[in-house]
Ligand binder design. Structure first.
Ligand code: ZN
Length: 505
């Protein structure tokens, strides 16, 4: 007697929840490693992590689990692909099949190669010597080609790799949108660069005691809707947000006394990720309907709160009095317009992680175009530094003085993350399109923001974005929410509306 579909469905959900349970343990260890662990604990922690990674991988590729999913996919439960059961079955089956297609030897070889490559990258960057990294990168891109071939792809190898971060997004479709964005951004960046107006960004580099930065950050995160009863804020070297359970989503941040912007916008960014996680369905934790749709959509929520809300004049009409109260010496005499201009300082720069809202996407385009060309074999790894510098000159009008500030600045490629970079730009595009729709439905939000009211926007996002989990791929969800396919228009409209008046364009 075959199992009735409902019983089978319960079994696969239980299996998926066990995978989530193991992954959450991995995340607890990861959180501890990045916030509390003494350096000397690293070696044993690596053993703990390797053990868990093996257990998780075996559960994901479990053959019985795969057979049950295949059987369910043919059952009446899966008949409606967008219904709760249908969407859950389809997503779990897709996850399982992807993992099961990868030969263990390839997975292990990639793990070994990327661990070595990351130390090679640190040395290469410290010594500004690309040749120290080049052989590792050659090897990684060769393995990524093997990975794409093992997974299979609809049109090009890059599709297979992009799918890990942005499921079901096609390279061709995304590349067309990004090319459209580039065509409009390059002249805007040049016009800003040529403007005689400059903000007084030194306002943000005055003395801001760290404990008071933390107090302000907490207050602002709470104001926009990050729930501290189900979260926490800690100190770390590289800011992040991690989810350890259905009611435990934590953010961590870095403070510097003379960089108020880094902590405030870092907290708003990570709290934005956290608000998305906290808005997911807790009853579906560990299952597709309780998980974020993609990295790009995740980034859209951090960018929305950081840039579209957090760098607006209305937001600072609310927040500047709070900041002045914490820092009367540094900000007592600073006017709202001057502060608003300072937090929207835009100028071509060499380092992606320090880039402003306008130029950021051009940094991403350089990386996306190069990694695509290397993967396709159109660009040799050895020629990457020169190609990098040429693109910086063409798009941003500046040329890195050395490779440490150029092609060697990011860890992603040496960590095997190929296809990851464009999700940052997708995040900005999704955010702008979603925010425009929120304003179209809720009416202008500036007055509410200036009064510290963020609940209507947060509720709207919970309803329209968060509670769907990954029922739909992110691109299709955004299209459904906004009624339009992904395009650069909303992002460019926002940028022109803000930066035009600031820079007198
Ligand atoms: Zn982020």
């Amino acid at each position: 007697m075959p199992e009735p579909p409902r019983a089978l469905f319960d079994q696969v959900c239980q299996h998926a929840r066990q995978i989530a349970l193991l992954r959450s343990i991995e995340d607890v260890l990861g959180w501890d490693e990045q916030t509390k662990m003494p350096t000397a604990g690293a070696e044993y922690r690596a053993e703990q992590m390797a053990l868990l990674a093996g257990m998780i991988h075996r559960k994901r590729i479990d053959a019985d689990y795969g057979r049950r999913l295949a059987e369910l996919a043919e059952s009446p439960l899966a008949a409606d692909p967008l219904g709760d059961a249908g969407a859950t079955i389809r997503r779990l089956r897709r996850d399982h099949e992807k993992k099961a297609k990868l030969p263990t030897s390839l997975v292990e070889e990639l793990a070994r190669t990327t661990i070595l490559a990351q130390s090679a990258w640190q040395k290469a960057r410290a010594e500004d010597n690309f040749n120290l990294l080049a052989p590792s990168l050659e090897r990684i891109f060769a393995l990524k080609r093997d990975e794409a071939d093992a997974l299979g792809y609809p049109q090009c190898r890059y599709d297979a790799l992009l799918d890990d971060y942005e499921p079901e997004m096609r390279t061709g479709e995304m590349a067309a949108v990004l090319a459209g964005l580039r065509a409009e951004l390059v002249p805007l960046v040049a016009a800003i660069g040529a403007s005689p107006r400059r903000p007084d960004r030194a306002i943000l580099a005055r003395a801001f005691p760290l404990d008071r930065q933390e107090q302000l950050g907490r207050e602002l995160a709470q104001a926009i809707g990050y729930d501290f009863r189900r979260g926490r804020l800690d100190v770390t070297g590289h800011p992040f947000c991690t989810t350890l359970g259905p009611n435990d989503c934590r953010i961590a941040i870095r403070y510097e006394e003379r960089a108020l912007g880094a902590s405030v916008f870092g907290i708003l960014h990570e709290a934005g990720h956290g608000i998305y996680e906290q808005g997911l369905r807790t009853d579906q934790f560990g299952l597709p309907l309780g998980e974020a749709a993609s990295l790009g959509l995740h980034e859209s929520q951090s960018r929305l709160w950081e840039n579209l809300v957090g760098r607006s004049r209305a937001f600072w009409a609310f927040a500047l009095p709070k900041a002045r109260a914490r820092f009367p010496e540094a900000l007592g005499g600073v006017a709202l317009d001057d502060f608003h201009f300072a937090v929207n300082d835009a100028r071509p720069s060499l380092v992606r992680v320090e880039a402003d809202e306008v130029t950021y996407n051009l940094h991403i385009l350089v990386r996306f175009e190069l990694e695509q060309a290397i993967l396709d074999g159109q660009l040799a790894v050895a020629d990457a530094p020169a190609a990098w510098n040429e693109k910086y000159r063409d798009y941003l009008g500046i040329v890195p003085p050395n490779d440490a500030l150029g092609v060697l600045q990011d860890i992603h490629w040496s960590a095997g993350l190929v296809g990851y970079f464009p999700t940052y730009a997708l995040g900005n595009l999704y955010a702008a399109q979603i925010f425009a729709q929120a304003k179209a439905e809720l009416g202008p939000l500036d007055e509410a923001f200036a009064a510290g009211k963020f609940e209507p926007l947060r509720q709207w996002l919970a309803e329209r974005v968060y509670r769907h989990g990954r029922r739909l791929p992110a691109g299709r969800l955004v299209e459904k929410i906004t009624g339009k396919p992904l395009a650069p228009d909303a992002l460019m409209n926002n940028l022109r509306a803000k930066y035009g008046p600031l820079y007198g364009l």
